[in-house]
Design a protein around this ligand. Structure first.
Ligand code: GDP
Ligand code: MG
Length: 303
């Protein structure tokens, strides 16, 4: 049998939530831990809309990291309210919370989340991310001393999710915190999400990276077809936007924007699924879908 079976009594398993305001690097950290791009990352806030689990299986244990949508101050739109509900529901289901902030920045929103986490129940580790952006280590130490955050958390880590610095330490300490248990998932499985979902996310990532600031929020992706035949993965996707003017932007002059985006998304799908992909995309209008609870359900934003 494997070495794991020999030490089964020592094996650990549990759920860990990645929490923090938009853009602090939660998805980047998850991808770093898993060693592959599972959760989409862009420089724009509000990229992650739905909870996604990344499963890391090692000799010592199996950890399910839950990447949550950032918590939003402006809860006006149905989509924002949805994202807040998902983030908060996650607190109740986990053994441990990793609270991410950015090195050198402590905002009002960070403070509000920290307050909420005190009442959440599970232990909270503070993960100060993006330390690579503060070249001067003295500055970093001054930042930490000034905030005096250490007293409020069960542990503090300094990491760069982008470069990988400090991430292994976090992973080891997380395992110490989890209960002894058999693994729950197959060791091959890296996520709880379907391949269809991952394909839609990769296309949404490509669109978000290509298009300017306002638009990405107004679009969502629906996978119409996901079929393997003759050694090819056939994916047909609809990009839904809220207005005709947005449709024009997504398509671009003579279809150039959509073509580029499609090519980037296809490459990302080929990387993730390790097979050849044929991707077709259409753009359609669903008026004001981000404001309607019913449209959210239709596009898969369900609890
Ligand atoms: P999320 O909204 O919390 O999931 O944040 P993302 O993972 O999407 O990251 C937001 C932005 O911060 C992206 O442009 C990332 O490349 C960047 N980022 C994440 N981690 C790091 C880091 O350790 N260092 C630097 N310099 N940038 C990072
Ligand atoms: Mg994210």
């Amino acid at each position: 049998m494997t070495s794991r079976a020999a030490k089964e009594g020592d094996y650990r398993f549990g759920y860990v939530a990645l929490v923090g305001r938009p853009n602090v690097g939660k998805s980047t950290l998850l991808n770093r831990i898993l060693g592959q791009k599972l959760s989409i990352v862009t420089p724009k806030p509000q990229t992650t809309r739905q909870r996604i689990a990344g499963i890391k299986t090692t000799e010592r244990g199996q950890v399910v990291y839950l990447d949550t949508p950032g918590i939003h101050a402006t809860a006006g739109r149905a989509l924002n309210r949805y994202m807040n509900r998902v983030a908060k529901a996650t607190f109740r289901d986990v053994e441990l919370i990793l609270f991410l902030i950015e090195a050198g920045r402590w905002t009002r929103q960070d403070r509000r989340i920290a307050e909420a986490l005190k009442k959440a129940g599970p232990p909270v580790y503070l993960v100060v991310n993006k330390v690579d952006m503060l070249a001067d280590k003295k500055e970093l130490l001054a930042f930490l001393a000034e905030l005096d955050l250490a007293k409020d958390f069960d542990a503090v880590f300094l990491v760069s999710a982008l470069k990988g610095d400090g991430v292994e330490d976090v992973e080891q300490r997380v395992l110490d915190e989890l209960p002894f248990s058999r693994p729950f998932y197959d060791e091959q499985q890296i996520t709880d999400r379907s391949e269809r979902f991952l394909a839609a996310e990769l296309l949404r990532e490509a669109l978000t990276l290509r298009l300017h600031q306002e638009l990405p929020y107004a679009l969502t992706v629906e996978i119409e077809q996901f079929k393997r035949e003759k050694g090819l993965l056939n994916v047909a996707a609809i990009v839904w936007v809220e207005r005709d003017s947005q449709k024009q932007i997504v398509i671009g002059k003579g279809g150039s924007a959509l073509k580029q985006v499609g090519a980037a998304a296809r490459r990302a799908m080929e990387d993730l699924f390790a097979e050849k992909v044929f991707l077709q995309t259409w753009v359609k209008v669903s008026k004001d879908w981000t404001r309607s609870e019913r449209s959210l359900e239709r596009f898969g934003y369900d609890e």
